[in-house]
Design a protein around this ligand. Structure first.
Ligand SMILES: *Cc1c(COP(=O)(O)O)cnc(C)c1O
Length: 432
């Protein structure tokens, strides 16, 4: 179901060259440019005017590249912490919560901020797409969010997920047939799923979602900061988030720039305080070495590290770090820091959060919370300033207990070395 609206007016800008151009439909890159860099949406409205709250995420439609409103969405919720703030000795701690917490009006049924990007991306679709089936590769939360949103809104979707991650695909209702799933055989990983999705996107009738390169994805995630700034009345001084790809942090930095141009929320750039789950810490290693490129990461070692960490959603080995307008630039421009925390620190932080605030949080959000605790201990932040803690996922335990769950089953399973012709023949059997 959709509510008709005037599409948000925007143009696109290449961060690398500064050139400005129209969105001719699902552009993910600047046409004709060779340097690896992001494109950004430049919204016609420089000031953000919130729509009525029953628009869910689309209260922020002024700064989302969307052509329509989809039903069933929920915006991130920001509130001033008392419990955790007191325990940590912070006077102005604001928690931005994405997930399921009805008492606070957070109603994301896939329980993470991936739902913000799924709604935003789905609402960017306008009939000018190169093919008809959207393809998304993911190891978990992203697939769940896109599946739920596309099912609810009857958007043809093909998910590519490693077989070992299928347990992430739980839902509180059966999904519509417009959502199909292909998996890569047991023992394969996220990169095999990405590889498969790339092959499928080479076939007629399929088009890639685009990941960090999709303006809708980043601006969807950027609503966490829009929620914070519009609730607080000011851009925060520090932004804490656990990262795998860092897309959420890039998005927050971009939203920060729009808020400065808006003029009502301050003219300062908040410090990005991003965190990884040790020992999987490739972004930390690159940043610590002052390197604008990611460093070499041995395959076997990386796999071993992924095995070890609790916050598996943070295990991205090819983040959008070095491209123009990417994570490295975001950290440089915000005088940012990268922190690392152990499983043990994250577990303790999750427990503290639950006691102090009254809701379970995702292991990745626990990493962010632990990084805040660490930053205070090591006196890395001024505790009198405004701190935004981005709780990127929460309420999942509770939601899963309270609902009967359905699991999405693969329509097809491929070996990671299946050849293109075989994949094409099999995929053609799927009917949307
Ligand atoms: C994906 C995810 C992250 C990491 O987000 P990025 O900004 O893309 O690195 C953090 N927390 C949760 C719950 C996630 O699902």
């Amino acid at each position: 179901m959709t509510k008709a609206i005037d599409p948000t007016a925007y143009q696109l800008k290449s961060v690398a060259s500064g050139s400005v151009f129209n969105d001719t439909g699902w552009l993910l890159d600047a046409p004709g440019e060779t340097q690896a860099g992001l494109i950004r949406a430049i919204y016609e409205k420089k000031q953000l005017h919130l729509k009525e709250s029953d628009y869910g995420l689309f209260v922020f439609a002024d700064w989302l590249p969307v052509t329509r409103f989809l039903m069933g969405s929920s915006a991130p919720v920001t509130y001033k912490s008392e419990g955790l703030a007191t325990k940590l000795g912070l006077t102005r701690l604001y928690i931005t919560f994405s997930g399921f917490w009805p008492e606070r009006n957070a109603l994301m049924r896939s329980c993470s901020f991936k739902e913000t990007e799924a709604y935003s991306v789905a609402a960017r679709i306008d009939g000018r797409q190169p093919g008809k089936v959207l393809v998304v590769a993911s190891a978990g939360n992203t697939a769940r969010a896109f599946a739920a949103v596309c099912s609810e809104n009857r958007i043809p979707l093909l998910l590519c997920v490693p077989e070992d991650n299928l347990n992430a695909l739980w839902f509180d209702r059966p999904l519509n047939e417009c959502v199909k799933l292909v998996s890569t055989q047991k023992g394969s990983d996220y990169f095999d799923a990405i590889h498969l999705s790339t092959i499928i996107c080479g076939f007629e009738d399929f088009y890639p979602e685009g990941g960090a390169k999709n303006i809708a994805r980043r601006d969807g995630m950027g609503t966490t900061l829009l929620s914070a700034a519009t609730s607080i009345g000011r851009i925060p001084d520090y932004y804490f988030q656990a990262i795998g790809s860092g897309t959420g942090a890039i998005a927050a930095w971009e939203a920060n720039q729009r808020l400065i141009d808006d003029g009502r929320y301050g003219s300062h750039t908040m410090k990005l305080m991003v965190s990884q789950n040790a020992p999987f810490q490739p972004i930390y290693e690159a940043w610590k070495a002052n390197s604008p490129e990611m460093l070499f990461y041995d395959d076997d070692l990386a796999r071993q590290h992924v095995e070890t960490i609790d916050a598996k959603v943070l295990s991205n080995r090819k983040p959008p770090y070095s491209l123009v307008g990417g994570l490295y630039d975001a950290l440089i421009n915000t005088d940012g820091e990268v922190l690392v925390v152990t499983n043990k620190e994250a577990k303790a932080a999750a427990k503290l959060f639950q006691e102090a605030e009254g809701i379970d949080i995702h292991p990745a959000a626990a990493v962010a919370t632990a990084s805040l605790i660490q930053a205070i201990k090591k006196q890395r932040i001024d505790t009198t300033k405004i701190v935004m803690l981005n709780i990127t996922g929460g309420g999942e335990e509770r939601f899963r207990q309270e609902n009967i769950l359905y699991y999405l089953k693969p329509d097809l399973t491929f070996s990671p070395d299946a050849n293109v012709d075989f994949i094409r023949t099999e995929i053609q059997k799927l009917r949307w």
